[in-house]
Write a protein that binds this ligand. Structure first.
Ligand code: FHN
Length: 465
């Protein structure tokens, strides 16, 4: 065995130390990757829901072949929701399919739609991938009844929207109808009442296995990462809670961070939308066209609402909600700890109706000043004062004053802590407003004029909240 010189021992020592450093670095990198992978695989519900709870405000888009007839069929106006015209006008499948060659929305600009939503203060977009009529807004390999194969448009609408959302930092989400009026193994044979919940299709299991699940796999795999899968049409006889639970588990296995609403199963209580209990599938309740009367501590829920009276475009529905009603509803929903999903129904030309655009722009002006009082907030700690609503974030209470006090004195119920400072959110200088003890809480002295005619926000900063 040969004796090593001093220089040789030095070289050996340096080599050993370098190897040890390399091993430590590789292990830590592997650990981070593993940790990163492990973290994604085992997100808690709170971790999954964090961005959604912070968002508070999203855009719903109902778009498809029903925008072509736009509420009129064979020269007659058809009552009911625009997207229900196939059922309400008792249109046979082969007749309804004739709208596909007419669907050529050359005015569609995904970037513009996403920018309009973002500028309105919306953090996510839920678009109908497939509504009850069965028509698909993406290039599905499972059917030719889609925008790529059945229309002259031949563009993958969901792909373009996913690219625009990614570019602008808006979460992309898909609405998907379990009920399908076009598929022969689903509800197509029930014509003329595709929505006949007394009927069952003996081949529905084949629809689920060879069509519904493969299409959902396409949507979760090829356009993501998705924010939410927003199910609907679950009320049919052939769909069960066990199937809902199975589908929930299957989709979360494909994308562990996915959020799924409570219409994946049979848990929702009608249009009130909240779940019948904790043991039903789904991550949040879905009140429709209504806001729960009270806040629901510990419950995740989202009110979806139209701007007029229809989800899908109807050319003659001009019953638009005012900007005031929309902002008050947004504040009301947030003050009860919920999310607000506000709908637009684009035209067959691919345009969002101008009255919808104008309302979103006006809501956006209000959100540009007051968005802090909506995003990331939680429910009121002072109930629902007569003058408006309250939202909470950290050490701040945001008092949404819809009705400005004529005497300039805002009566505020008792708050959970001592007020360190009060100011108008619209006041960039945050000039302190005088606060004094009141009859049953405190008073804030205000200027005679409200800074915002619809909703002026007064901020109370609490000490040590
Ligand atoms: O039947 C649908 C309707 O067309 C619309 O999509 C709404 C929006 O959530 N959901 C169902 C009615 O509850």
């Amino acid at each position: 065995m040969t004796r090593q010189t001093g220089r040789q021992w030095l070289f050996i020592g340096a080599t050993v130390v370098s190897l040890l450093i390399a091993i430590i670095i590789l292990a830590s990198c592997g650990g981070v990757a593993q940790t990163g992978k492990a973290k994604t695989q085992h997100l808690s519900k709170d971790e999954r829901m964090e961005w959604w709870r912070d968002a508070r405000f999203g855009l719903f888009i109902h778009w498809g072949l029903y925008s072509v007839p736009a509420g009129t069929y064979k020269g007659e106006r058809v009552d009911g929701l625009g997207e229900w015209i196939m059922n309400n006008a008792k249109i046979p499948v082969e007749e309804y399919e004739k709208f596909a060659p007419q669907f050529n929305p050359i005015g569609f600009r995904a970037d513009e739609w996403v920018r309009l939503a973002k500028n309105a203060g919306m953090k996510y977009i839920v678009i109908t991938s497939k509504h009850h009529d069965g028509f698909c807004l993406w290039d599905s390999k499972v059917t030719d009844y889609d925008v790529m194969d059945a229309t002259p448009f031949k563009r993958d609408i969901l792909l373009e929207l996913s690219q625009a959302c990614k570019k602008q930092g808006v979460k992309l989400c898909f609405y998907h109808s379990i009920m399908d009026w076009h598929h022969p193994d689903a509800q197509a044979p029930f014509w003329p009442n595709y929505n006949d919940t007394s009927k069952s299709n003996p081949n529905f299991g084949r629809y689920v296995d060879t069509y519904l699940k493969p299409q959902l796999t396409e949507l979760v795999t090829n356009y993501g990462p998705l924010g939410v899968l927003w199910f609907d049409g679950e009320w049919i006889q052939d769909w069960t809670e066990p199937q809902g639970k199975d589908l929930y588990a299957y989709l979360r296995g494909l994308q562990p961070s996915l959020i799924i609403n409570n219409r994946v199963g049979k848990g929702r209580q009608g249009m009130e939308g909240l779940s019948k209990g904790d043991d039903y599938a789904g991550d949040f309740g879905t009140p429709e066209q209504q806001v729960p009367p009270e806040g629901l501590p510990g419950v995740d829920w989202e009110t979806c609402m139209t701007m007029n009276d229809t989800w899908g475009f109807k050319s003659y529905d001009e019953n638009w909600k005012s900007v005031e009603e929309l902002i008050h509803t947004l504040a009301d929903v947030a003050s009860k700890g919920g999310n607000f999903l506000l709908n637009v129904g684009p035209t067959p030309e691919g345009l969002i109706p101008q009255p919808s655009v104008e309302r979103l722009q006006e809501v956006g002006k209000w959100m540009a000043v007051n968005g802090e009082s909506i995003h990331g907030t939680t429910a009121s700690v002072i109930g629902r004062p007569e003058w408006g609503r309250c939202t909470v974030k950290g050490d701040k209470l945001y008092l949404h004053v819809f009705h400005w006090p004529t005497d300039g004195v805002l009566q505020v119920p008792a708050v959970p802590g001592q007020v360190e400072k009060a100011y108008l959110l619209a006041d960039k200088k945050r000039t302190s407003l005088p606060v004094a003890a009141g009859d049953a809480g405190l008073t804030v002295s205000l200027a005679p004029e409200a800074p915002d005619a619809i909703d002026s926000v007064v901020v109370l900063v609490l000490k040590n909240k």
